[in-house]
Design a protein around this ligand. Structure first.
Ligand code: ZN
Length: 158
């Protein structure tokens, strides 16, 4: 298994070799069997695609749908966004949509929600404290993530 960490943690890529793909397929078959479902080649392909080039998109970032990338990672016994709450993951998702780089996303997350925010709307008021807490948690998580996966390589280059 080869993991290529992406600056956007929701887009980390997981590549399986042929043997691992076969094992994954067997696991999927067994799992579907347990639920009385037939093996579905399309579903298998979808999981592989999600692992290789998908983006976390679903429950894990507070969208009311199943995240295929999480499901596929679960089946492999890995979690590339370990320790990240779905609320902070949601904040990270929107921060990266505005700025594709980790430093830029952290900058984006540092701008708190407030009445002075450029996009402020009245309905935000009861949510603002929670959102800002989620953003702070997201920043802390991203700083650790950045150190873990990127800073070391930069140091080596120097
Ligand atoms: Zn996910």
């Amino acid at each position: 298994m080869k993991i290529i960490w992406n600056e956007n943690p929701l887009k980390t890529q997981v590549f399986l070799d042929d043997k691992e793909k076969e094992e994954f397929k067997i696991k999927l078959k067994n799992e579907l069997n347990e639920y009385g479902d037939q093996y579905d080649e399309e579903l298998y392909m979808e999981y592989i695609k999600e692992l290789e080039e998908g983006e976390h998109n679903g429950d894990c970032i507070c969208y009311a749908m199943t995240c295929f990338k999480c499901q596929a990672e679960d089946m492999l016994g890995i979690n590339t966004i370990k320790g990240l709450s779905k609320y902070s993951a949601g904040a990270i998702s929107s921060a990266f949509r505005k700025n594709g780089k980790i430093d830029g996303a952290i900058e984006e997350l540092r701008v708190p929600f407030s009445k002075e925010h450029e996009r402020f709307q009245e309905w935000w008021i009861p949510h603002i404290d929670r959102w800002n807490k989620d953003r702070e948690e997201a920043i802390e998580w991203l700083i650790v993530y950045n150190k873990e996966h990127f800073s070391k390589k930069e140091n080596r280059r120097i």
